[in-house]
Design a protein around this ligand. Structure first.
Ligand SMILES: [Zn+2]
Ligand SMILES: [Zn+2]
Ligand SMILES: [Zn+2]
Length: 368
């Protein structure tokens, strides 16, 4: 194991994380409604500025990702430090293609409002989900969750790894993993208890400021962070013992806590005073530091899936294309197109592929 080996915490996958976001958003809506109920209409007249979004809050607090720099991190599988540019929040190893890290700053840059199609799927499924949970029907619950996460991957693509864009196998495994995690959580008494505890903490929040731009009082907020820490530890163990952790298509259980913290921060950062937001980011370990991109000794290659150009470092075996998300077999030499002469790197596991430039089908075995 690499540098993450020492503090490896299993599980707490993206599902539980996604639940936390939905939870946080629902709680916010509820809290706003409560405030709307108690406040006089006249008080709202000066509140036109609106609250700071979580993305802007993060941008103000985290060092900027300038061109020519990449998040400082190292691979938990092969130990290699990250050297090449990453375009999305999902940072993959330059040498073995493993998921290495999650860059919150990049996530902010791709922050988009939730697609109504996804919101409709989630909202429309609530009665069925509740019925399945009440009757103890885990099979039905799992099927509904699969529909929800299919919609998630389709309509909120920026929230999941770019590997889901063109790799159908990865995409299906991701949907299954997220749905299985959600189901395990929903039918475990300890997990349900922690969800209820989180809800109680949210109800206990105190707000200041105008109705349309409320600020959470930090003293009422920190107990919620304590509950989150309990959830991360508990769900990590639960997912491991229930066999869910091993379903993660990225096999990156060491990143579970980071995803959980990140989603929690996305839900609440925008409602905290600046100093409390800073303290939360500190505690969550999400503050980034960046290092210069280093392509020394690299070879220029072309992706056999999308035709995008990239640099492969000496000794690399697998890389994930930053453009199309396909895993590429950089351990093998590039293959020349018999039609147009371009040389391309084959996707991992592909015996044949269409040349991204001239569309002629190329056979890997035949050429070797
Ligand atoms: Zn690696
Ligand atoms: Zn590509
Ligand atoms: Zn060609």
């Amino acid at each position: 194991m690499g540098i993450f080996g020492g503090n490896k915490i299993p599980g707490a996958g993206q599902q539980s994380v996604d639940d936390l976001v939905k939870q946080a958003q629902a709680m916010q809506a509820q809290a706003m409604q409560q405030m709307a109920d108690v406040q006089q209409v006249s008080e709202t007249s000066g509140a036109a500025t609106g609250s700071m979004t979580w993305a802007r809050q993060v941008m103000n607090l985290i060092a900027p990702a300038e061109p020519g720099f990449v998040k400082r991190c190292a691979c938990a599988v092969c130990g290699a430090p990250k050297k090449l540019p990453s375009v999305t929040a999902y940072v993959y190893c330059d040498y073995c293609g493993s998921l290495v890290d999650y860059d919150l700053r990049r996530a902010c840059e791709s922050d988009v409002p939730t697609d109504p199609q996804y919101a409709n799927t989630v909202n429309g499924a609530q009665p069925q989900l509740q019925a399945a949970q009440a009757s103890g029907d885990q099979v039905a619950y799992l099927e509904i969750q699969k529909q929800i996460y299919n919609s998630y991957v389709t309509y909120v693509p920026s929230a999941v790894s770019h590997r889901a864009k063109n790799d159908v196998r990865y995409r299906n495994k991701l949907v299954d993993y997220l749905a299985q995690s959600a189901t395990v959580d929903a039918f475990d008494a300890g997990s349900v208890q922690l969800t209820n505890e989180m809800r109680q903490r949210a109800i206990g929040l105190r707000y200041t400021g105008a109705m349309l731009s409320p600020t959470v009082e930090p003293d009422s907020f920190w107990p919620m962070v304590d509950t989150l820490q309990k959830q991360i530890t508990y769900l990590g163990e639960l997912h491991k013992s229930a066999g869910v952790t091993e379903l993660d298509p990225d096999q990156a259980d060491q990143l579970g806590p980071k995803f959980a913290w990140s989603m929690f921060c996305q839900g609440w950062l925008g409602m905290l005073p600046a100093d409390a937001a800073d303290a939360l980011l500190d505690q969550s370990g999400l503050k980034n530091s960046y290092i210069s991109i280093d392509t020394a000794g690299g070879t220029e290659r072309s992706c056999g899936g999308c035709g995008g150009h990239f640099t492969a470092l000496p000794g690399a075996t697998v890389m994930v294309c930053e453009d199309c998300g396909r895993q590429l077999d950089v351990g093998a030499a590039e293959i020349p197109c018999t039609n147009c002469g371009a040389t391309i790197t084959f996707p991992v596991g592909a015996d044949s592929t269409a040349c991204p430039y001239c569309k002629v089908t190329l056979d890997k075995v035949g050429i070797r």
